[in-house]
Design a protein around this ligand. Structure first.
Ligand SMILES: NC(=O)c1ccc[n+]([C@@H]2O[C@H](COP(=O)([O-])OP(=O)(O)OC[C@H]3O[C@@H](n4cnc5c(N)ncnc54)[C@H](O)[C@@H]3O)[C@@H](O)[C@H]2O)c1
Length: 335
């Protein structure tokens, strides 16, 4: 069994702690948070040893894997500290705030011979997997054009309650790097080609207490001619389902986290609803996070044990990281 620890015992941590305890490949030995009450609470709930300093935890525990559930600006720093100790890392999205930091982390993981995984759990939703399969098996064929929309709600309170969200230096942006990263990643994964031009426009239209964007839109042009438009905003007062529409060679796909509908040019139709994984029951979390963290975490553990190939490696995650960073670069310069 792998000896595992979780760093960061905030909102998302249950999506890592519950699988770390439930999955047979791992044993949760330690948790870490700079806020002592959070470290203690998680330690008691999950029967693990609490730490306030992750370097001390690296020294005292013989860890095989750490889960990073920290504010964005700490992701690559903590990942690199773990790599240097020979510890495999599964990190929450996004990999980093700056693209260069993510590239350096991937190179260091490869040099140290450890695994580096980045969470994009929505790829493991049943609708996403069906659409990807139909693109790859040729039934849908290549994507020619697509669009993603996300209209959610994050109140001023949401930002006020966090000591890192809504700040450039700690979160790295707003709705694009935090929420829309998943839907843009899904569309980019389906298109599976190299972006050659990104245009973007970012605004803060309705959030007084934060300075980052609450609205972003743009167009990504790919080497093979495919076009992807994206629109994201968190001023909508409710969270509507995200929507991704793809026009492919042999039909159209419309999907969200919950459902996919595919209509083929030959008049046939296929649809699927999301089927939540049943391996792990979570003791917290939000509906829109889905349930697939456990699937990706299990694959990560099995890849460390040499039993399975890791799909979303650091190198794979660099693709969406590069796009996100360029959206900020172009969006704020108003290009
Ligand atoms: N995959 C998803 O759908 C999804 C959903 C929500 C959040 N996330 C990601 O999870 C990560 C964490 O988000 P969150 O909402 O749980 O944040 P959070 O603020 O609730 O939790 C972060 C925790 O890290 C702790 N921390 C800060 N600095 C530390 C340090 N140096 N050492 C140890 N602990 C430290 C904080 O005290 C806090 O408890 C972010 O990357 C976020 O984008 C992903």
């Amino acid at each position: 069994m792998l000896k595992v620890a979780v760093i960061g015992c905030g909102s998302i941590s249950c999506m890592h702690l519950d699988p770390a305890v439930a999955l047979e490949e791992a044993e949760l030995v330690a948790v870490c948070d700079i806020k002592p009450d959070r470290a203690e609470r998680a330690a008691q709930k999950y029967n693990a040893k609490p730490y306030m300093d992750y370097m001390e935890m690296f020294e005292k525990e013989q860890l095989d894997v750490v889960h990073i559930c920290l504010p964005h600006y700490l992701h690559t720093k903590v990942a690199c500290d773990a790599f240097k100790k020979g510890i495999n890392v599964i990190c929450e999205k996004p990999m980093s705030i700056k693209y260069e930091d993510a590239v350096a982390a991937v190179e260091l993981a490869e040099k140290c011979g450890v695994k580096y995984g980045v969470i994009f759990q929505c790829r493991y939703n049943t609708p996403s997997m069906l659409v990807k399969q139909r693109i790859e098996d040729g039934k849908l064929g290549k994507v020619k054009c697509g669009r993603t929309t996300l209209t959610w709600y994050r109140s001023d309170n949401y930002y006020d309650h966090s000591d890192w969200k809504g700040r450039w230096e700690k979160e790295g942006g707003g709705v694009i790097i935090d929420q829309a990263i998943h839907s843009i990643d899904l569309a980019n994964w389906m298109i599976d080609d190299t972006p050659v031009d990104i245009q973007a426009s970012l605004h803060n239209r309705n959030h007084e207490i934060m300075v980052v964007e609450d609205t972003g839109e743009g167009l990504i042009k790919y080497e093979n001619g495919a076009l992807l438009s994206f629109y994201a905003m968190n001023n909508y007062f409710v969270d509507e389902p995200i929507e991704i529409r793809l026009v492919c060679e042999n039909g159209k796909a419309i999907f969200s986290y919950d459902r996919a509908e595919i209509s083929y040019n030959n008049g046939t139709f296929e649809s699927v609803n999301n089927m939540p994984q049943k391996m792990v029951s979570y003791t917290g979390g939000k509906d829109y996070w889905g349930t697939q963290h456990a699937v990706q975490i299990r694959q990560f553990y099995r890849s460390v044990l040499g039993l399975e190939e890791l799909e979303i490696t650091g190198r794979e995650a660099l693709k969406i990281q590069k796009i996100i960073c360029e959206i900020y670069d172009k969006g704020w310069k108003g290009k």
